[in-house]
Design a protein around this ligand. Structure first.
Ligand SMILES: *[C@@H]1O[C@H](CO)[C@@H](O)[C@H](O)[C@H]1NC(C)=O
Ligand SMILES: *[C@@H]1O[C@H](CO)[C@@H](O)[C@H](O)[C@H]1NC(C)=O
Ligand SMILES: *[C@@H]1O[C@H](CO)[C@@H](O)[C@H](O)[C@H]1NC(C)=O
Ligand SMILES: *[C@@H]1O[C@H](CO)[C@@H](O)[C@H](O)[C@H]1NC(C)=O
Ligand SMILES: *[C@@H]1O[C@H](CO)[C@@H](O)[C@H](O)[C@H]1NC(C)=O
Length: 663
């Protein structure tokens, strides 16, 4: 069978119209709208509206977060939303016992109203002419686009709507308190106000350059230069020396071991962004060679016990006004004095040593080098006595006694003494004309016989009461043709055996008893016959009962008044001796020499004879030199091949015209 197309089309239209309108009429569903849209900021007002198109007489039921419904008006307004007002809202309508479907749920989001953060670049505190940028940042707002509103101080008008506001060259009038807030570009939301930030613009800054320690600085020390810009950060510092080009460095510049070439004029300035401060005042840094002290010692490096010695430390060219001085001795590590001049008021030998000083600045840190060491020598002053040209003189010869202080040539006054014997002790008797030799030389232009004697000297440091020791003894022996007394020796020769008896007699014209025999030995001692070992004085005769080699010396006669005459060499020797005349031989006479030995029956030895070290005759028992002349003067001795050799004796020859009393 065939169906007609018309009824099919009608059926189709009915089905469609039933589907479209029948559903709406059967199950109405409200639409829930929220103004403004989420997110909403706390404090704003929100309006929720439950719409049921063009139909009246309904009651509206609202529910939040699926909680139980409550009947309310079609429109709900929450005037100052809190975060807790956020949630999922639904609504439906009721009429009679009839309920509509629920609206689609709508989420209402409430955000804390965001608070902008303001940043200021480069700093809160800037200087006239710098470029300053204020920036307003708003986070967590859920708002995509803000318009920014900048306010200054209490002004009510916005001066900028940029997120970043830049002052390209600030002046002091830009100082002030700034804040911003944001408004949503295509909406109604706005942020809180930011906190206020304070911008301070001051006049062009000028750093202060300081140097530690202060000039002058010594080579090797360290110097710190500091470019200070009061409590302000973010700067780079530029340093220049002697107007050379700047170089960027830190705020503090330390030169750890300065050289003289580091000296100069320094300046600094600071830079931030493209902005430079003024230069600091220039500061001159002076570098000096570390000074080396000079030590002076007064009166001398070599002084004598009891003297006053002053050490002085002088430091020149340091540029330091006040020093403390440090004195060290030898290897000691502790300073013994801090005075510039240290005085030892009465030195002793223990003050001898090596001294040095150095200086430390009284109110600072500078120090000098160490001085060179100076050596102080303290000794007991010793007088040294010598004679020129010789101690054996002939009457009328000139002679000079010379007194010196060993190691010191100036500042002394000399005194002169003769050595006398009293009670076997040597005493010193000041010469009546001692002052003649105060300069150190006691000169006799023409020696007199009674100048024979033993002398000592002593020196005194001018004005200081420092005395030397007494000098060594120095004898002067003056021989002459006719002394007032003669020393007669028995046996009559200059050399004598040991352990024999020897007698010495002083004989004068009047056979007086007022003479005593004295002697002087190499030990420097002066003795009376009565104090000789085994010696005794009887009248003018001195007897040595048994000789010994220590009896060797110069013997002479002394008058009661202390004058000395007729010195004679006597040698006492064990073994071989030379027999030679005691007194000078007269020119033209024969000189007879023998070589004697004590322990043979015939005491004459056959021996060799020497003059001044040269053999003059060999193998002879008696050496006779006929018709002597001055050329025969000299030192003679004899030598036996087995028995040994004799001591040397000086034999002098006297001019023919002069007659010698007792030869
Ligand atoms: C002088 O002194 C030096 C050193 O102190 C010493 O060696 C010398 O022997 C002395 N001379 C005399 C003549 O005393
Ligand atoms: C030494 O002798 C001379 C005369 O020859 C005399 O004038 C002088 O006073 C004597 N000196 C002494 C110290 O006795
Ligand atoms: C005594 O001996 C010394 C050398 O020791 C000599 O120079 C001097 O002339 C001698 N004196 C006499 C009086 O022989
Ligand atoms: C010196 O000795 C010779 C013999 O050698 C002798 O003839 C002469 O008389 C002597 N002269 C004197 C002054 O003794
Ligand atoms: C002694 O001297 C003579 C010449 O002067 C010489 O001929 C002789 O050999 C010497 N005798 C001895 C023992 O040396």
């Amino acid at each position: 069978m065939e169906l007609s197309p018309l009824p099919l089309l009608l059926l189709f239209l009915v089905l469609i119209s039933n589907f479209q309108s029948g559903h709406t009429q059967d199950f109405p569903k409200p639409t829930l709208t929220v103004r403004p849209q989420s997110p909403v900021f706390t404090g704003d007002s929100v309006t929720l509206r439950c719409e049921l198109d063009k139909i009246t007489g309904w009651e509206f039921l609202w529910s939040k977060d699926s909680n139980t419904e409550s009947p309310e008006a079609e429109t709900i307004t929450i005037s100052r939303v809190k975060v807790s007002d956020g949630g999922e809202y639904r609504c439906r309508a009721r009429r009679g016992g009839y309920y509509t479907h629920y609206s689609k749920p709508v989420a209402v989001t409430i955000h804390e109203r965001p608070k902008p953060k303001v940043t200021i670049k480069p700093d809160h505190h800037v200087f006239r002419g710098e470029t300053v940028t204020l920036r307003c940042d708003i986070y967590n707002g859920g708002v995509t686009s803000w318009r920014y509103n900048w306010y200054k101080d209490s002004s009510t008008s916005v001066f900028s709507e940029r997120q970043e506001h830049t002052f390209s060259s600030v002046t002091e009038s830009d100082s002030g308190k700034y804040f911003c807030y944001g408004r949503e570009t295509g909406g109604s939301r706005w942020s809180q106000h930011s906190d206020e930030v304070t911008l301070t613009v001051s006049d062009f800054p000028k750093p202060t350059l300081t140097v530690r320690p202060q000039s002058p600085v010594f080579t090797g020390d360290s110097v710190t230069l500091r470019c200070e810009l009061d409590k302000i950060t973010g700067w780079e510092f530029l340093w220049s020396k002697d107007s050379n080009t700047d170089s960027p460095e830190a705020e503090t510049k330390t030169i750890s071991r300065v050289k003289v070439s580091d000296g100069g004029e320094y300046r600094c300035r600071a830079r931030r962004g493209g902005y430079n401060t003024y230069y600091s005042k220039p500061v001159a840094v002076t570098i000096h060679e570390r000074p080396k002290p000079k030590v002076t010692i007064k009166p001398d490096h070599h002084v004598f016990r009891g003297e006053t010695v002053t050490l002085r430390c002088d430091i020149y060219d340091g540029g330091v006004t006040s020093w403390r001085y440090n004195w060290y001795k030898d290897g000691s590590t502790s300073a013994f004095s801090e005075r510039q001049e240290h005085t030892f008021s009465s030195v002793t030998e223990s003050d001898s040593g090596k001294y040095f000083c150095y200086g430390t600045e009284t109110e600072g840190s500078r120090r000098s080098q160490h001085s060179d060491e100076v050596t102080l020598t303290v000794s007991v002053p010793r007088a040294v006595l010598s004679v020129s040209p010789q101690k054996w003189l002939t009457e009328g010869d000139p002679v000079t006694l010379i007194c010196e202080v060993n190691g010191s040539s100036t500042g002394w006054t000399f005194s002169w003494f003769t050595v006398t014997v009293s009670e076997s002790r040597n005493d010193y008797e000041l010469l009546s004309d001692s002052s003649r030799g105060a300069g150190g030389k006691y000169t006799v232009s023409s020696a007199d016989l009674n100048h024979t004697g033993v002398y000592v000297c002593r020196a005194e440091r001018d004005k200081t009461a420092v005395y030397t020791t007494y000098s060594n003894t120095q004898p002067l022996w003056v021989t002459g043709v006719s002394p007032p007394v003669s020393l007669i020796i028995s046996p009559s020769r200059t050399q004598h055996f040991t352990s024999v008896s020897l007698s010495l007699s002083c004989e004068d014209q009047s056979n007086s008893d007022g003479w005593t025999v004295r002697r002087y030995t190499d030990s420097g001692r002066l003795k009376d016959c009565s104090s000789f070992l085994r010696g005794s004085q009887t009248g003018s005769t001195c007897t040595i009962r048994s000789t010994s080699s220590s009896d060797t010396g110069v013997y002479w006669c002394q008058s009661e008044s202390g004058e000395n005459y007729h010195p004679v060499n006597i040698t006492v020797h064990f073994g071989v001796i030379l027999e030679s005349p005691v007194h000078p031989v007269t020119e033209g006479n024969n000189l007879t020499l023998r070589c004697l030995y004590k322990y043979t029956t015939v005491s004459n030895l056959r021996a060799d004879f020497y003059k001044d070290g040269s053999l003059i005759q060999n193998q002879t028992t008696e050496m006779i030199i006929p018709t002597v002349s001055k050329s025969h003067e000299g030192f003679y001795y004899c030598k036996h091949p087995d028995r040994g050799e004799s001591p040397k004796s000086w034999i002098s020859v006297r001019g023919e015209s002069k007659n010698y009393n007792h030869s």
